[in-house]
Design a protein around this ligand. Sequence first.
Ligand code: IPE
Ligand code: IPE
Ligand code: MG
Length: 239
Amino acid sequence: MATDRLVPHHIAVVMDGNGRWANRRFLPRVAGHKQGVDALHECVKACAERGVKVLTVFAFSSENWERPADEVSGLMALLAKALARKVAQLSINGIQIHFIGERDSLSDSLKRGFEQAENATAHNLKLIFNICFNYGGRWDIAQAASKLIAKGLSITPASLNSEMSLGHVPDPDLVIRTGGEQRLSNFLLWQAAYSELYFSDKLWPDFDAAALDEAIDEFNRRERRFGKTSEQIQSKTAV
Ligand code: IPE
Ligand code: IPE
Ligand code: MG
């Protein structure tokens, strides 16, 4: 791990490839998701160790309800188990947990689990860990606009931003997608406007700390221009 590299403040991850990981081993898809939970735990630890301040992961999309019923119920059960088993340890490591997404259609016990995890970790400051569950970027923009309309406020980029579900953190610097696909699949449509995008062919259960370091190294090779010219950016970094 290079020591002089810039560590992204906020990393967001589309954790894709669990199903294929399981298929290759002739296992049920849910076995891939189970392995994916372990990979996620390692990723949270690795991010905290490297000084990343915010980690946002895509765990279940608004569209994932369309999957076979046994896979959906398997994912819900895995989440409930992870809530019961992992929250205490994450809290000891200084992780502040937030669940991002539409909650009304989730079971009462999951909703309670989300609230308990958020309350139990609210005081932690090492790393903000946002878990996008039943989340979609389009839902997020629409719910933010609805809130503004209900308050009688006008819709501007700044007012929308304040009502978005990730209003408590700055936009992601780096968005990683594993599993080889090069698309956003309705993840952070608003917030990824100027994020660096990094696509890894590794399946999510295989994405380890070394793979995270490769992504951070690649991030360091990018020049973020935010609409300016390369010369403007270079002259600013030269002073
Ligand atoms: C991502 O892995 C996890 C979720 C969408 C819940 P997939 O389950 O999409 O894995 P692949 O893409 O089928 O391999
Ligand atoms: C995106 O992966 C959602 C999550 C990782 C939770 P998908 O596997 O659902 O995306 P598509 O269907 O390939 O676009
Ligand atoms: Mg997938």
